[in-house]
Design a binder for this molecule. Structure first.
Ligand SMILES: Cc1cc2nc3c(=O)[nH]c(=O)nc-3n(C[C@H](O)[C@H](O)[C@H](O)COP(=O)(O)OP(=O)(O)OC[C@H]3O[C@@H](n4cnc5c(N)ncnc54)[C@H](O)[C@@H]3O)c2cc1C
Length: 484
């Protein structure tokens, strides 16, 4: 019998104004499930918070009973950080506020929104921010863990546009970042380490609802030629030419000709984020990529374009990610990525190459604004393995790790926090510069010295660290190691 079934959560249910789901409830299994089918955790209670007071009560209960505490918004965490065994899950899904102010081009959202809901609300006003590439992903987890998306060349990472938030701390206090600018800085990439985010505010930019953009597919046999040409076009293009290139299996969608469905292809996804009158001319440079198998570039609905990868990302599949940056995309790196694209072992696995570049908004964001560095890198890439069958877990994870190993000749394989997976706990330190990590740790020490919020890419508070247990991270003489 698990300890969760022995715990009396009636006091918790009495202390909140919202629903608490417990083992045995008809929706317990659906409520504890996240995107990644490999994660099978059984919490003692899932608290569907409706207010800051509910979050504070759930935190207090978890602390009082010394229980693990997880926070969930969109449920897409690959390592399953949105759930826990035998503890309390604070589930933000019901926080559905979406209030756009088109005088200031800002939006105030509850932390339960997915990107599909966010885009629907903001596109109604012709406004956007860099959003996730799969529309079912949660706005909150993606934003506070960095936020890479098609628009990042023009608009920066999602977290770069975060202009405010409300957070319930480990002490149960509601803090607004207007009163704590250092917390706002930490939330731009420092993840769920500082408290339960109940509301987010973003500075938006004019874009859509119709944009010049779309997708084209090319045969994988032309991978080296297409990726090289895409690199040359994107590195010379203005920052308003946004998008990425993906190795994937053509889906059985109505817009894919029958002979192409199920075939390995190189896809480009592009969006012109500048003056709509200049979109056609900007896209003309892409003709250098030659004749496509599928050609869907023109005037498209931005919100629909944001859902173009959705058919390749069904919830409940098993996923495992590796990612990194490339300072430049050399011809050798192009050949290696294409070889990996040709070698992908599961039909839903993808490799995404995202152009950044020196003259982009992404590159201009400094450490004074964001906890996320890597702003001088020209490319990021992610190997996103997705498969259905549990029997393939070892093989698929092994292939993904081997892919990362092969790419390590061209990349330091340091990733955005959002693409860290469970076996990479040590890499959390490497995801930030030593200066940013020290600053994040200072916020953690102030707001969560007992590490109540530790089921995440954890920034351990100083009190739980000892000097010298492991060698310090490169370039960081003052690095600490987490004590066992
Ligand atoms: C199919 C798929 C596509 C993806 N695409 C992208 C992409 O395009 N760009 C990108 O950058 N990332 C992407 N990711 C990674 C994704 O951004 C992270 O997994 C992110 O954590 C998911 O956020 P969530 O709210 O959906 O997840 P959850 O599992 O709900 O939360 C993950 C973690 O975020 C923190 N968190 C969530 N909500 C709160 C809150 N209210 N308060 C405090 N902390 C909170 C917690 O630490 C929590 O454990 C993708 C992941 C998947 C599975």
């Amino acid at each position: 019998m698990s300890s969760s079934s022995l715990l009396d959560v009636s006091a918790l249910a009495d202390s909140v104004s919202c629903r608490v789901i417990v083992p045995g409830d008809s929706d317990y299994d659906s409520a504890r499930a996240g995107f990644n089918g490999m994660i099978d955790k059984r919490p003692a209670a899932i608290v569907l918070i409706a207010s800051d007071a509910d979050a504070a009560a759930a935190i207090a209960f978890a602390r009082q009973h010394d229980l693990p505490l997880a926070i969930r918004s969109g449920g897409h965490s690959a390592p399953g950080h949105g759930c826990c065994d035998d503890g309390i899950v604070i589930d933000c899904r019901d926080l559905q506020l979406a209030e756009v102010d088109d005088k200031t081009n800002t939006v105030r959202v509850g932390s339960g929104l997915t990107w599909k809901q966010f885009d629907a609300a903001t596109q109604a006003h012709g406004l956007a921010v860099t959003g996730g590439r799969v529309s079912s992903t949660g706005v909150t987890g993606l934003t506070i863990g960095s936020g890479s998306g098609w628009l990042e060349r023009a608009m920066g990472l999602t977290s770069d546009s975060l202009s405010g938030a409300r957070v319930v701390t480990a002490a149960g206090v509601s803090l607004d970042t207007d009163d704590d600018p250092e917390l706002l800085w930490a939330l731009r990439g420092g993840g769920g380490n500082f408290g339960v985010v109940t509301e987010l505010r973003f500075q938006l930019r004019r874009l859509g609802p119709t944009v010049h953009g779309g997708k084209r597919f090319y045969p994988i046999e032309r991978g080296v030629e297409v990726l090289s040409a895409f690199r040359d076009v994107m590195m010379a293009a203005p920052k308003e030419l946004c998008g990425g290139l993906a190795f994937l299996t053509a889906p059985p969608a109505p817009w894919v000709p029958e002979g192409v469905r199920g075939k390995a292809v190189v896809a480009i996804i592009v969006v012109w984020a500048g003056d709509p009158n200049e979109g056609t001319a900007a896209m003309a440079k892409l003709e250098a990529l030659g004749e496509p198998l599928v050609d869907h570039i023109g005037q498209v609905d931005y919100a629909e374009l944001q859902q173009v990868m959705d058919p390749g990302a069904p919830a409940g599949h098993r996923d495992y990610f590796k990612g990194g940056f490339m300072h430049n995309l050399s011809d050798e790196a192009v050949r290696e990525i294409v070889a990996l694209g040709e070698d992908m072992r599961a039909p839903l696995t993808q490799i995404i190459c995202a152009p950044l570049g020196a003259h982009t908004t992404y590159a201009t964001v400094g450490e004074d604004h964001s906890a996320i560095g890597h702003r001088d890198e020209e490319w990021s890439f992610q190997v996103l393995s997705l498969w259905a069958d549990a029997a393939q877990d070892a093989e698929q994870k092994g292939w993904t790790r081997a892919a990362a190993e092969r790419m390590s000749s061209y990349s330091d394989m340091v990733s955005y926090p959002n693409f860290l997976t469970a076996d990479e706990a040590a890499d959390v330190e490497a995801a930030y510069s030593p200066t940013a990590m020290a600053r994040l740790r200072a916020v953690k020490d102030r707001l969560d010295p007992d590490n109540v919020f530790r089921i995440n890419n954890n920034i351990a508070p100083s009190g739980s660290l000892t000097r010298g247990d492991v060698p310090p991270a490169a370039g960081s003489p003052d690095s600490y190691a987490v004590s066992a």
